[in-house]
Structure formats: C-alpha cells, structure tokens
Ligand binder design. Structure first.
Ligand SMILES: Cc1cc2nc3c(=O)[nH]c(=O)nc-3n(C[C@H](O)[C@H](O)[C@H](O)COP(=O)(O)OP(=O)(O)OC[C@H]3O[C@@H](n4cnc5c(N)ncnc54)[C@H](O)[C@@H]3O)c2cc1C
Length: 555
C-alpha cells in the first residue's frame, strides 16, 4: 500500500525489516500487545537480542480495548483468592511506579443497595471486605477505603439511584491508557536495543531438520514483502490468536483459548455528567464500571462468548441495549438512549477455557505452554499482570537457552525499570513536572489545558513533542491542523511507529474514542501529513480517507 519514494519513515521501516531478516535473534516474539511488549522489554533488558512483530498495530488487539484499569484485584477477593489479591496489588504499585504519566489513581465508589448482592453483607460486611483487601493488596495508607453513608454517597455522585441505597465503599483504582502503556513499553524496549515492528505478520513457522523451531516466515502487511526471521527461540504472545499460532506449530492440544467479548460505550459529559467513577452491579448481577475521563463518561463491559474474527469483534444493538439499560438502572435520571452513544469499542478476552463455566466465571489467570518444537505460548492474564507474566516467560527463555548451551542471561530487572516517558523522577515528582512543562507549553503558544494534556500523554517525552512546536508552526498551518495535533503526529511518526492513520487516531492519541469531534474535524489533515511523510499516491490517500470515515462513523 505504501509506495513511491516516501522519505525517512519508509527508510526507517525498510532498514528495520532488513535487520529482522538478516540477523539471528535470541528471541522473536509474535504479538505486540501488552504481553508481547512486556516480554520484549524483559528479554532485551537482560541482554537478549530481541525482536517483536505485530500483524496489526501495537496494542490493536485486546490491549487497546480493555476497561483501561490497572486493577487491584478486588474481583479476586470476592472469589477468596487471597494470594492473587496480594500479588496483583504489588504489581499494580510497580506498573504505576514505572510510568506514573500513563496510570493515575482514581477514587471509585462501590454503592451498596439493600436489594443488591452487596446488600446482604451490609455496610459492616463490605467495610470488612475492603479493609481486608487494603491489607492484602498493600494499598497505601492515603488510598485506603472509606465507608460513606447514603447521604455522603449521593453528595459525591448525585446521579446514583437513591431508592434502596444504604451507603458505599470508596476505594482507589488505577486508570490507565492501555494502548499508550503498551507503546511506552515497546519504546523502552527499542531504546534498549530491541527491534519492534508493527504491521508484520508471522505467516508460517520455520523448523530445523530436527523439527526444532527456528523462526518464522513473515509478511509486511504494508508493502506485501515476504521475508524470514531466524531466532533461537520464539514466543507466541498472540492474545486471541495464540491457538492459530499453535495450529501452525501443530501443537494445539490440551488447554485451549476461549474468547469472550466485552463492549464499552462512550457518552459526552454533557449527556452523562458523572462526577465519580462507580463500580456497580447491573440488573443481571454482573459488575460494571462507569468512569469519567476527559469530558466523557464510559461504561462497560459486557461479557459474552465470541466466535468471529477477533480483529473486528464489532458492537451489536443487543450489546448497546445491555449497557444502556444497566446505566439507566443505576443512574435513572439520565434516561439514556442508544442515540446518546458518542463512540464505542469492543475487544475479546483470550481466556483459558474452563468447561462448564459462564464467560464471567472463567478465571483470568495466565498460563505458559511449551510445545515439543520449542514454541513458548503465553495465554490469558490481564494488563495489570503484564510485567510478572513477562518475567515468567523470560525466566523460561533463560532456562531453555542454558539447557541448549547458548549464552547465559541474568535475572529480571523490570521491577524498577522506568518506561519511556517516565524520566521525571518518581511519581511524587510528576505534579511539579506537569506544572513546569505546562508553562513551557504555554510559552510556545499552547493553552494551559492543551499543554497539560500533552504532558499527561507523553510524560518526559513531551520535550520532544514541544521541539516540533518550536520548529514547525507554519507546517501545521499549511495542513490546517492545530499545532499540538501536528506536533503529536510528527512525534508519532518519528518515535512511535505510526504507519496508518488509525494507529494515531485510535491508539497513540485515543481521539477516535474520547475526542471524536476533533478526530472527525482533522482526520483529512492528518492523512495529508502522512501522505507527505510516506509518499502515498492520491489513490492511497483516498483509500485511507474512506477507511477513516468508516471508523469515525461518518459513513
Ligand atoms: C473488554 C475487556 C476489558 C478488559 N479490561 C481490563 C482491565 O481493565 N484491566 C486489565 O488489567 N485487563 C483488562 N482486560 C484484559 C487485557 O486487556 C488483556 O489481558 C490484554 O490486553 C491481553 O494482551 P495480549 O498482549 O495478550 O493480547 P493482544 O493485545 O490481543 O495482543 C496480541 C497481538 O498479537 C498480534 N498477532 C496475532 N497473530 C499474529 C501473527 N500471526 N503475527 C504477528 N502478530 C500477531 C495481534 O495483532 C495482537 O496485537 C480486558 C479485556 C477485555 C476484552
């Protein structure tokens, strides 16, 4: 699709492909969602020669389609899995500490209704449960739960149903941007020497004469070019597609993956003016989230078995009805309709099948499989546990390498490894850093709000984004784009491997989900800039325009 003599960015991609095909890698990871990205970072930071490919964009699978929470594991407490609560709580603190610009603690209300399933425990019962959770998960003192009576609960969130409300528990969850968390992990891995390439698909597996896995045959889905990638070890981190890769390896035996679909809907705050994040029980007894975010409110999720193409799980009218009804039951004064939905997304959970269980009962735990050919598959899991999963996989890679007499590698260092964009000191320094950089942004002509949004999105990398502001004001005017958008796009092209407009609009900026009007206003300008950057023909630009118009609900 990409053609002509597109300059720098095309050359950068071509040279990455050349390296992938000419060198032999200690490890090749199939899949650049949070799981594959985490493994790439762990492996390269122990000194392994590491490559990671994704057949779509990084995080375009499940890792940009979650509820966007780095959970503390409250769900596991309900299942009395005490050890899991402790591990997840510890991991949450690490994920936050390594990149406080991507993850923010937010207060969450858990309303207790006399007719709901928490009602039977009463306020003292829920208080005791949350107390236990705080201790097990090692929640910091200032973030520990508070119990509120009905009056105080309604003062904090007046939209909540009043009838039957006996009070609430207020605890802290960590809100993140799943796609940006993934890209910050990928970028850090690249900084340490990994080669990471999006839009490259593993189409076949390659074996030695003794049927040991030796690499993959890959296809660049942008140019159509085919090439081989040779590697000592191959990891299958293909999320919902892990069984497809195991089929290629003829090792899809034993436990298999079960896909369940989850949908989220986005409303403007003007229509759904939620002040406080709420974790609530839907009429069918399932737990759902309603979360305010940058002038919008999103709710989710559904949980239904899924059998179609995981790349396009889609949203049905039934999905929308379920969520709108759940929102209206909990926030009855709103009387939302499907017509109020501004944007939506759906994703599929790659869960390890447990026969006889309903979608929401299946455990979210991760598991590792090693096939006779040496293919290492990691399946299941959550965003929250990505670092720990990566540690387990990389430990196995290290053991396997030493068994085969290859080099010996060290132990995991990611616990304290700052992600890309996190170089401003620890989380306590972030507010002062935001303030300082906001002033820099304002001095370059941005409003305080825009400057602050950029610092929150890019962390310490905002300095590079600002450099584009200094240099390229007239260019942004030429393309009719706001300065901040143009600078973000240039940074995305240079440092975040933006290849297609949706990479930028959906996953690098989240505009298609949380700022749909700006996305609709500017997608053509964005495509013009990208056409210049990649040397697209008129026909190629038109094809991209029509793709984007569809994605943004304009067609
Ligand atoms: C609705 C929903 C809500 C969720 N909410 C949360 C939450 O709030 N908090 C939380 O912690 N977790 C949550 N999760 C779970 C979490 O999102 C997933 O566990 C996680 O994103 C899975 O990441 P992954 O990297 O394993 O898979 P993916 O992100 O799907 O990555 C796999 C990648 O492999 C690539 N790939 C596949 N085949 C090939 C091939 N042949 N060649 C090259 N590349 C290939 C795909 O393109 C894809 O990008 C949620 C999940 C869903 C569906």
């Amino acid at each position: 699709m990409m053609g002509g003599n597109g300059p720098l960015f095309v050359q950068a991609r071509a040279s990455a492909i050349r390296r992938l095909s000419e060198e032999v890698w200690d490890v090749l990871i199939i899949g650049g969602g949070i799981t594959g990205a985490g493994i790439a970072l762990d492996a390269v930071s122990r000194g392994m020669k590491t490559a990671v490919i994704d057949m779509q964009d990084f995080a375009a699978g499940t890792s940009s389609r979650s509820t966007k929470l780095v959970h503390g594991g409250l769900r596991y407490l309900r299942q009395f899995r005490v050890g899991m609560v402790a591990e997840v709580g510890r991991e949450r603190a690490i994920v936050y500490g390594n990149a406080p610009h991507v993850t923010v603690p937010i207060k969450m209300l858990l309303p207790i209704y006399r007719d709901g399933s928490f009602g039977k425990f009463g306020i003292p019962g829920v208080a005791a449960g949350l107390w236990l959770y705080d201790r097990l998960a090692g929640v910091r003192r200032k973030e520990r739960r508070r119990m509120l009576d009905a009056r105080e609960t309604l003062r904090r969130e007046p939209l909540l149903r009043e009838a039957g409300l006996s009070g609430s528990g207020m605890y802290v969850e960590y809100r993140t941007d799943d796609a940006r968390l993934t890209i910050e992990v990928v970028k850090k891995a690249v900084t340490l020497g990994a080669v990471a390439l999006n839009h490259v698909k593993a189409v076949e597996l390659l074996y030695s004469a003794t049927r040991r896995l030796a690499g993959v045959a890959a296809e660049d889905r942008i140019s159509g070019e085919r090439f081989d990638i040779r590697a000592q070890q191959v990891v299958n981190a293909a999320g919902p597609w892990v069984d497809d890769i195991r089929m290629l390896d003829r090792s899809r035996q034993g436990k298999t993956i079960r896909l369940t679909k989850g949908v989220h809907l986005v409303f403007d705050q003007g229509r759904f003016p939620l002040r406080h994040a709420v974790y609530f029980e839907a009429p069918d007894g399932r737990m759902m989230f309603a979360i305010p975010r940058n002038g919008k409110t999103y709710i989710g999720t559904t949980d239904t078995d899924f059998a179609g193409d995981p790349a396009e799980p889609g949203v049905t009218m039934e999905d929308r009805h379920v969520l709108v009804e759940a929102a209206n039951a909990m926030f009855p004064s709103l009387q939302l309709t499907i017509g109020d939905v501004e944007a939506e997304w759906s994703g599929v959970r790659p869960l390890i099948d447990e026969a006889g269980k309903s979608p929401s009962e299946i455990s979210r735990k991760d598991e590792l499989f090693r096939s006779p050919s040496g293919l290492i598959t990691i399946a299941g899991g959550k965003l929250t546990g990505y670092r720990k999963m990566a540690e387990k996989v990389t430990d196995l890679l290290v053991r396997e390498a030493s068994r085969h007499g290859s080099a010996s590698w060290g132990s995991c260092v990611t616990r304290t490894l700052t992600l890309s964009g996190g170089d401003f000191g620890d989380e306590a320094h972030f507010p002062a850093y935001v303030h300082k950089m906001m002033n820099v942004g304002v001095s370059l002509g941005l409003t305080e709000r825009t400057a602050s949004a950029l610092v929150h999105r890019y962390g310490s990398n905002v300095q590079e984004v600002f450099r584009h502001l200094e240099r390229e004001v007239t260019e942004s005017q030429r393309h009719g784009l706001p300065m901040d958008l143009y600078a973000s796009l240039q940074y995305g092209l240079e440092k975040e491997m933006v290849v297609l407009p949706s990479d930028f609009l959906v996953r690098r900026t989240g505009m298609a989900l949380f700022d749909i009007h700006a996305a609709r206003a500017h997608y053509r300008g964005i495509i013009r800039v990208m056409a210049d950057a990649f040397g697209w023909t008129e026909a190629q630009s038109k094809a991209q325009e029509s793709e984007m118009a569809k994605l943004l609900g304009l067609r």
